[in-house]
Design a protein around this ligand. Structure first.
Ligand SMILES: [Zn+2]
Length: 321
């Protein structure tokens, strides 16, 4: 089968009948993620399945016409870059599935606002604007499942793997027969091997660095022992036994820790409270240049960065608990 070009869409072959699809230019930073398209295969699945392929509605239409119809769509967690356009798949007839407890965030942005703790730092109006910026629209109906559950679509087995360090619901997909492992948003976000990126993301209250490290180690062992190919939400295809994704993610966390340690060393941190230390370090723009950000984006980036900083402060030897 050949795969003719679609403008602004990259289509990469993972196996003969599994594609990794990537939207190149996106409306905003958090409006799209790469995902898998499982094409029909005799004896396995008669209809196409989409795994966490959040691209703009105009591309959903083209992809669905060409490779679909997509009967089922599985989301990996409810960060906006994984949810904003899922409604378009639903409009084209796909049944939407998402993991608990975040499945309900797809049907109402207010659930996203409260569920991720934005309500502790800003008005709902700011999150509505953030949703609009990324093109968020609600889904009408979402079937929920538990992270770690195995899903079956006709004879296709999709094991979901819980990676809760990133967010409570966050899952990867392992296709045992096809030996394809999709680690979703775990933090391997390099567009090319030679290009650096942000790495693991834990800018929310319920994210956890310790859990993150466990998740990375677990993902590494699944990949090396059981998979042939590794894909993720914001990166290229990796072939076993390349361990670069895992080394990259662990190193990024350590670099972030060093950054915070260094800032604490220079700010008399042994004498101040955790909240004061977070406020001090936020002013240093360690992770996000916030000086030019205005209004709701400043609020949102400040919230994310405050959690990244707080989590590193809590595990720093330069902070007196
Ligand atoms: Zn995410």
């Amino acid at each position: 089968m050949s795969f003719p070009k679609i403008d602004n869409i990259d289509i990469r072959k993972v196996t003969e009948d599994i594609l990794l699809i990537h939207q190149k230019k996106t409306p905003f930073l958090f409006s799209c993620c790469d995902g898998l398209l499982i094409l029909p295969k005799e004896g396995r699945n008669n209809s196409t399945l989409a795994l966490d392929l959040n691209i703009e509605p105009k591309y959903v239409k083209i992809v669905n016409n060409r490779y679909g119809p997509v009967s089922n769509y599985v989301c990996t967690h409810a960060h906006v870059d994984h949810t904003c356009h899922v409604h378009a798949w639903e409009e084209h007839g796909a049944i939407i599935h998402a993991p608990n407890p975040e499945a309900k965030y797809l049907i109402d942005l207010h659930n996203f606002y409260r569920g991720f703790g934005f309500d502790e730092a800003m008005d709902y109006a700011s999150v509505v604007k953030f949703g609009e910026l990324n093109g968020f629209q609600n889904c009408k109906r979402v079937n929920s499942f538990e992270p770690g559950e195995s899903l079956k679509f006709e004879n296709l087995c999709v094991n979901t793997i819980s990676f809760p360090g990133h967010s409570k619901a966050h899952i990867g997909f392992f296709l045992p027969k096809e030996k394809v492992f999709h680690i979703s948003c775990l933090g391997f976000d390099k567009p090319k091997p030679e290009i650096d990126a942000f790495g693991p993301w834990y800018g929310f209250k319920q994210a956890s660095i310790e859990q993150y490290i466990k998740d990375i180690n677990r993902a590494e062992s699944i990949f090396l022992n059981d998979a042939k190919c590794l894909t993720s939400s914001h990166s290229y295809i990796v072939k076993n036994p390349d361990t670069h994704p895992f080394e990259y993610m662990r190193t990024k966390i350590e670099i972030n820790q060093k950054e915070v340690d260094q800032a604490l060393k220079t700010s008399d941190s042994m004498k101040i409270s955790e909240d004061e230390a977070v406020r001090k370090l936020l002013k240093m723009d360690l992770f996000f240049p916030k000086k030019k950000l205005k209004a709701f984006l400043l609020e949102i980036y400040t919230l994310w960065e405050s959690w990244i900083i707080r989590k590193h402060i809590q595990r720093s030897k330069y902070f007196n608990k």
